[in-house]
Design a protein around this ligand. Structure first.
Ligand SMILES: CC(C)(CO)[C@@H](O)C(=O)NCCC(=O)N/C=C\S
Length: 209
């Protein structure tokens, strides 16, 4: 995303009386350790409200108490839905969010999204996503995984849906490999989100708080 400077004038939504609802999806790359930092920096944007949806695998990489907003899990879906009249969490969250940023997007969930697999809360939200709303994804995986030919195919598939890639970068990875696969810097991700801040589309009321 070009034009991302720390001084880029993000529309001050709070003065306009709007809140811009950012849903952060987090999956099982070790880069999920950056979740508290990413959420904290997003909360610094005036008028932005943040919620997190985590996969079970992602939860190995960060401590929920360090995340200053609600973190929804697969368990929440089944706690909330007991009988046919209960709200459906993945549908409530797709209604709630003005923008979804998946950071990090691991190889597994990349493959699920490209294939339409929806076997957890996050992939069900994505499977039901209103493609008129921005969906940004930040791939993060071992270099060998990144270099496998299926990765480029699946990234292209997501771009074909209109989703926006925030490309991975080269780093010395935690496993010792050196090369592409590291998640984009948090500042880059926050800058990219700022590009999409605008008056939220008229929405039906969501039932999540
Ligand atoms: C974790 C962090 C942010 C530290 O700088 C960086 O290494 C990264 O984004 N790694 C994600 C790639 C990955 O999932 N590697 C898994 C096996 S090597």
């Amino acid at each position: 995303p070009i034009g991302c400077t720390s001084v880029s004038p993000a529309l001050n939504l709070s003065s306009a009386g709007f809140t811009f609802r950012v849903l952060v999806g987090v999956t099982g790359s070790v880069a999920a350790l950056k979740l508290p930092l990413l959420v904290s920096q997003l909360l610094e944007i005036p008028g932005v409200d943040v919620r997190v949806v985590t996969t079970d695998h992602a939860s190995h990489f960060y401590n929920v108490p360090e995340v200053p907003v609600r973190v929804y899990t697969d368990r929440d879906e089944w706690e909330m839905w007991k009988t046919r009249s209960d709200p459906v969490l993945h549908i409530e969250l797709r209604r709630w969010a003005d923008l979804l940023v998946i950071a990090p997007l691991d190889a597994n969930t990349l493959g699920k999204i490209a294939s339409g697999i929806c076997d957890n809360l996050l992939t069900c939200i994505i499977r039901a996503w209103d493609t008129s709303r921005p969906l940004l994804f930040c791939p993060a995986m071992n270099t060998a995984m990144w270099q496998h030919p299926i990765t480029a195919q699946q990234v292209a598939t997501l771009q074909g849906f209109g989703y926006v890639e925030i490309p991975c970068i080269s780093k010395k990875l935690v496993c010792g490999d050196e090369g592409k696969g590291a998640m984009a810097e948090v500042s880059t991700i926050v800058c990219a989100v700022k590009q999409y801040l605008q008056r939220p589309a008229e929405k039906t009321a969501a039932q999540v708080d």
